[in-house]
Design a protein around this ligand. Structure first.
Ligand code: MOS
Length: 692
């Protein structure tokens, strides 16, 4: 019996705490005797530490210790070499953390870090991705577990035979996650147990990694992530801050707070790899695709393989008899790339949806119509019908809301004074997945309920959404429900990533609610006298779910104006329509979608990690020099969604909305810029110097 909580626009439960500054983040908890850690990055790209001189640092007021590979507590080597820190003299990339200074104040720690002297032997390095890099290789699989290459039909023959062809290469630079709260941790060892407050997307996972690294049982580690100031993927695993803080706390035997600086986020916590994508499309004279090929080249580090699944988007988006996708990788002397909002789908859609626009121009068909004509109700990759696919409905609804119908396809046709006006469209899709989770539900004698699950709210509104789901599952008004999340002592749950948090957690919460109601029904007497608790896990149910093509879809529409003389690009408006299953909370959902679209706009026009091969590092590593979209750039962004019911997803019927907003957004902007100016920029960001 639903009480109608799901679908209602509740404000965030913790909204008041957040806007009044009382919500505590990882390094804001009051802790007796707390000390401060400051991470010291390597000043060389590749080499070996030959000497660490800590004398001056240790003599500086307030400095308690300097940890480095020579004296830091030992860690077990694990599957994540990038957090096996301070264990060896080898340096694998510039910015690798090679020491930590611990002091009684933040200022003293920072000053101490300045005084640590490190000598290195250095070797040659290679840090720039190139399509002809001699180190290119074929990885065994791509993130997280997709086949590296796919092929069906005969692409070369199909392409050669087609009357209309597009062959375009798109380049995107490194992109850096910049959550408002940096990677930050407070760590404390007490009687062999480790307690950390960490800024993470998944406390269960961080606990497991710490237990492995420090060789203690998982029960001896507790990770609390009550509030998290953003992650975008960069906090999806245990990262440097939590490991360094735990090492330092063990070494000085006191609580340690360690926050990475803004500059230190540019690389060591992961970033979106630069990518070179070649897309070839062939169509008949009616614009029906006959051949599709998407080849992607990206980079990884020398210490771990991360292969962005760039071309995976193309495998399922549009159908054609002849199709091929490939991924190639090169190991460079760089930090390991990692997840950034819609890894794979975001850059892949930029290329494919740009190429579709180029095809629309080549074949002389409206780009909305071209996509509608090439819609597929059967997944070209799996060969099975999509559980629901409303791309066409999104395109139609978006076109109507946006006012697409009377668009003159001719580039440079609209002008308003010095501004050239153009419009662009792109498709969007993102997989709807779920992972096993567990939860408990408790009935209390006073008629209230407690639901516990180690979900993480990284600013998305997940806590509020789970509270709504729990109320409906229990069949009581949400005011009677208390939800507890963000603590590894709670039942283990999936990470907040891959747009699968809500699907995964609500699955467990709904099953816990159902189990509790059944148990209460079976109890003798009217009211239970004490607390009644049930615990459920969805391991079997989620694991046993048939593999089906489950995706959310969207259509992105953009209008830009471009200064005819200076090439300045401004956004007039951006409008997205999405089909993402049931929407749990319209307020927080809209924020997710608009946030994703804004990040896509930022990718199209501003963001660019500029690497200087001489230093082997990004030269722009702060928010003054790494440009991002800000409020004045965003004059009008609207997100809408279609009512969509899909019974083959999960008990809540949700598809996930954290990532789809960014997918296709950059292509829609680039396509609009082409329409405005007649200039096709295939290398993001679209800067003035590329347009004039
Ligand atoms: Mo998302 S990039 O999977 O946190």
């Amino acid at each position: 019996m639903s009480t109608g909580a799901v679908g209602r626009a509740y404000p965030r439960l913790e909204g008041r705490e957040k806007v009044t500054g009382t919500a505590r983040y990882a390094v804001e908890y009051p802790v007796d005797g707390v000390t401060y850690g400051w991470a010291v990055p390597s000043a060389v790209v590749r080499g070996r530490i030959t000497r660490v001189d800590t004398a001056e640092a240790l003599a500086s007021p307030g400095v308690l210790a300097v940890l480095h590979h020579g004296n830091a507590p030992r860690l077990a080597p694990g599957p994540q070499p990038e957090v096996w820190l301070l264990q060896e003299p080898a340096v694998h990339y510039r910015g690798q953390f090679v020491a930590v200074v611990v002091a009684t104040s933040l200022e003293a720690a920072r000053e101490g870090a300045r005084l640590v002297r490190i000598d290195y032997d250095t070797g040659p390095h290679s840090t720039v991705l190139a399509a002809d890099h001699p180190g290119l290789y074929r990885p065994d699989k791509v993130n997280p577990n997709y086949p590296t290459d796919t092929a069906e039909g005969d692409f070369d023959a199909g392409y050669a035979a087609a009357p209309v062809r597009v062959d375009a290469t798109y380049r995107t630079p490194a992109y850096h996650n910049n959550p408002m709260e940096p990677h930050a941790t407070t760590a404390h060892w007490r009687d062999g147990r480790l307690l950390v407050h960490d800024s993470t997307q998944g406390a269960s996972l961080v606990r497991a990694t710490l237990a492995e690294l420090f060789e203690v049982p998982p029960e001896s580690v507790r990770v609390i992530a009550e509030h998290v100031g953003g992650g975008f993927g960069s906090k999806g695993y245990a990262k440097a801050s939590v490991v360094l803080a735990a090492l330092a706390a063990r070494h000085v035997d006191r609580p340690v707070r360690l926050a990475l600086t803004r500059q230190q986020l540019f690389g060591p916590v992961g970033y979106r790899t630069p990518i070179i994508q070649r897309v070839r499309l062939a169509a008949d004279a009616d614009g029906r695709l006959t051949a599709i090929c998407h080849d992607a080249i990206s980079q990884t580090s020398t210490i771990r393989e991360f292969a962005e699944q760039t071309a995976v988007y193309t495998r399922s988006m549009y159908a054609a008899p002849h199709r091929r996708t490939t991924h190639r990788l090169v190991r460079l002397d760089v930090p390991t790339p990692f997840w950034m909002r819609a890894p794979g789908e975001c850059p892949g859609a930029y290329a494919l949806e740009s190429a579709m626009d180029e095809l629309a121009t080549a074949v002389g068909i409206d780009p909305v119509e071209l996509r509608i004509r090439n819609d597929a109700q059967v997944d070209p990759d799996q060969g099975r019908p999509f559980t629901s696919r409303n791309l066409v409905a999104c395109l139609r609804d978006g076109a109507q809301r946006f006012g697409w119908a009377d668009r003159d396809p001719t580039p440079r046709a609209r002008r308003d004074g010095r501004w050239l006006i153009g419009t662009g469209v792109a498709g969007s899709s993102y997989p709807a997945r779920a992972r096993p989770s567990s939860a408990t539900a408790t009935a209390r004698p006073d008629g209230s309920f407690l639901v516990r699950i180690n979900a993480t709210d990284i600013g998305t509104g997940a806590r509020t959404a789970m509270w709504q789901v729990a109320a409906d599952a229990l069949g009581v008004p949400p005011e009677r429900v208390e939800i507890r999340i963000g603590d590894s002592d709670l039942p283990t749950a999936a990470v907040a990533g891959g747009s699968m948090g809500t699907a995964s957690w609500s699955w467990a919460v709904i099953r816990a609610g159902q189990a509790l109601r059944e148990k209460l029904r079976d109890l003798p007497g009217d009211e239970p006298s004490g607390e009644v608790t049930v615990e459920v896990s969805t391991d079997d149910e989620v694991g046993g779910q048939p593999t089906l093509p489950r995706y959310a879809y969207g259509a992105q529409f953009v209008e830009v104006r471009v200064d005819a003389d200076t090439g300045e690009v401004r956004l007039n408006r951006m409008l997205g329509v999405f089909a993402a299953g049931r929407i749990v909370n319209p307020t927080t959902a809209r924020s997710q979608l608009v946030g994703g679209m804004t990040m896509g706009l930022s990718m199209a026009l501003h963001e660019e990690g500029l690497l200087d091969e001489r230093y082997g590092d990004w030269v722009n590593h702060d928010l003054a020099t790494y440009h991002i979209t800000v409020c004045p750039d965003v004059e009008s962004i609207e997100a809408y969604w279609l009512d969509e019911q899909d019974d083959e997803l999960n008990p809540a019927g949700v598809k996930g909305i954290g990532e789809i907003g960014i997918v296709g957004a950059a292509a829609a902007v680039a396509n609009a810029v082409h329409h405005a100016t007649g200039v096709r920029i295939r290398e993001l960001p679209i800067r003035v110097d590329k347009l004039v």
